[in-house]
Write a protein that binds this ligand. Structure first.
Ligand SMILES: [Zn+2]
Ligand SMILES: [Zn+2]
Ligand SMILES: [Zn+2]
Length: 130
């Protein structure tokens, strides 16, 4: 099996808002573009970079825990124990939203902009915005 396998990083960069439109910026570091107003913003955060470097992940193939040692995401890693290659993908921030129809907690990826949600439990349609 040489399928490309991925592991999601557990270290999320800080949630930041766009200096121009105050909307939520996409998660990440480096040169980001605001998905709401298209402003280009340069974000750096040494603490996140250090945490990324020191993050420990389990090899998806053999389970051995590796120290990533790379201060960016995605990171391409090779397990020292079984030589399996895998990609450590950026953390996707998730939020819990309460459905206005049935009060159920819905867990979803936190992405900038407005999104229409159809509650899987009661089919209430509503809009969330970050
Ligand atoms: Zn913006
Ligand atoms: Zn391994
Ligand atoms: Zn509902």
């Amino acid at each position: 099996m040489s399928e490309e396998s991925t592991v999601e990083s557990r270290v999320a960069p800080p949630a930041l808002s766009c200096p121009k439109c105050e909307g939520m910026l996409p998660s990440g570091l480096g040169d980001l573009q605001c998905t709401l107003c298209s402003a280009k913003v340069r974000i750096d955060h040494p603490i996140t970079r250090r945490k990324w470097k020191e993050e420990k992940v389990g090899c998806p193939e053999c389970g051995k825990v590796l120290i990533v040692g790379v201060d960016k995401r995605p990171a391409h890693l090779k397990c020292a124990s079984c030589t399996h290659h895998f990609t450590l993908t950026p953390n996707t921030p998730k939020v819990e939203i309460t459905c206005p129809g049935c009060d159920r907690q819905l867990r979803m990826k936190r992405k900038p902009g407005a999104r229409r949600i159809d509650c899987p439990a009661c089919s209430t349609a509503f809009t969330v915005k970050f």
